[in-house]
Design a protein around this ligand. Sequence first.
Ligand SMILES: Nc1ncnc2c1ncn2[C@@H]1O[C@H](COP(=O)(O)OP(=O)(O)O)[C@@H](O)[C@H]1O
Ligand SMILES: [Mg+2]
Length: 235
Amino acid sequence: MVLTPTLSKEQMKRHELLINRYFAERGKSLSIKYHHNGSKKGIYKVETQGSTFIAVAAAIDSSSDLLQEYRLLCELYNGAQFFFPRPFAHYSSDQGQLIIMEFLPHQQIGEFPKYPFSKPGGFFKEFAYMFGFSLTSVNINTGYFPSEPHDGNILVKADEESNLELKFCDAIQFQRGSLEVALSNALLSGFRDESKRFIIQFRQGVIRALKELEEKDEATCKRELEFLKNINDVF
Ligand SMILES: Nc1ncnc2c1ncn2[C@@H]1O[C@H](COP(=O)(O)OP(=O)(O)O)[C@@H](O)[C@H]1O
Ligand SMILES: [Mg+2]
């Protein structure tokens, strides 16, 4: 897939200057590659001696507040580090602002090769299961949920047995809310149809997180999730 940057050449040049400045101040030489279409921000893959990072850049007068996003990412990562890129730094100067974070080797759902996929039921059933598990784990550990869990905000990776690992991007879309709010949003927002289509797998993922993190038994989990019958009557 060829990505067409939505940013102007001048904006990208300013971003690159800022990234160069940040790493030069730390005595590092680097290479910068435009990585992904950000909606308001530029997302760059940065390679320095032996390390790879993601640098998210925005103009100082841009509507995206990277300091707020960085703080939220730190809070989410501290509570549920398995599901987020590790944040390293926020940097701001008169030229703009940056977030430096871990580069994830995971792929966007649209780009992920879904065949062959060795788990019965294929990619989307496994995805619904891991989405239920990841969403619930993050909510239990941080009190937040992803309000816009669309394809661009979730990255995936599989091991040899096709076990999926999910990571969430765009920390700024996370909102505070109870598990009830988190699950209702996942089922009703329209961003993730497979959580409804494969409701059994989605529910199993939710229950796995409740069992592992809150040490609840099956009957308690089912009782506590009764309210979801109003959204999907087989829940
Ligand atoms: N830490 C990361 N590692 C690898 N890729 C990333 C990382 N963060 C973001 N990306 C890539 O950039 C894309 C856009 O990031 P996102 O934070 O969602 O920005 P936007 O606010 O523009 O939607 C993601 O879909 C993902 O492909
Ligand atoms: Mg996004």
